[in-house]
Design a protein around this ligand. Structure first.
Ligand code: NI
Length: 169
């Protein structure tokens, strides 16, 4: 089922998600719905708070649904080490039309559970590293607009307010 993606400043986006403790069919349905929703929106990652569900669950697929091997499910994920720096443009499905450069670690190692509760570790670099950090930030209630410089953040917040007043946000 395609779920509705909520936009900034929906409060759920700024709340830390609840850790997942039950690995049941309901969780697996949420994961399936997150994939269906992110593919429909042509994004590479989507976190449960973005569909109004305050849980530590996110999906990533850099292939946009073209390669099943690239489907990643991260439940209760955390970054366990990071290295280097990247400064690249990012977008977010909760901020349509906003794209901005943000600083991220170039490489990260993460630890997470899959939709059955099994723990695993995985390394990511470049785009995958950024996707890991962006999505895990969502689970901590941190939005990419708060990773921007104060100047860029204010410019984008002004752009959003303008779109809100025009009814296009
Ligand atoms: Ni996002």
């Amino acid at each position: 089922m395609i779920l509705k993606i909520v936009k900034y400043p929906e409060p759920v986006l700024s709340q830390p998600g609840e850790p997942v403790t039950e690995f049941n069919d309901e969780l697996r349905q949420l994961v399936a719905d997150l994939f269906e929703t992110v593919y429909a929106a042509q994004g590479i990652g989507l976190a449960a708070p973005q569909v109004g569900i305050s849980k530590r669950v996110t999906v990533i697929d850099l292939s946009l649904g073209k390669n099943p091997k690239e489907k990643l499910v991260l439940v209760n994920p955390e970054v366990i080490s990071s290295e280097g720096k990247l400064y690249e443009e990012e977008g977010c499905l909760s901020f349509p039309e906003i794209r901005e450069k943000v600083v991220r670690a170039a490489q990260v190692r993460i630890r997470a559970q899959d939709e059955y509760g099994k723990w695993f570790e995985m390394d990511g670099e470049d785009l995958l590293s950024r996707a890991f950090q962006h999505e895990i930030d969502h689970l901590d209630g941190i939005l990419f607009i708060f990773r921007m410089s104060p100047l860029k953040r204010n410019l984008n917040l002004r752009k959003i307010r303008k779109m809100q007043s025009e009814g296009t946000w």
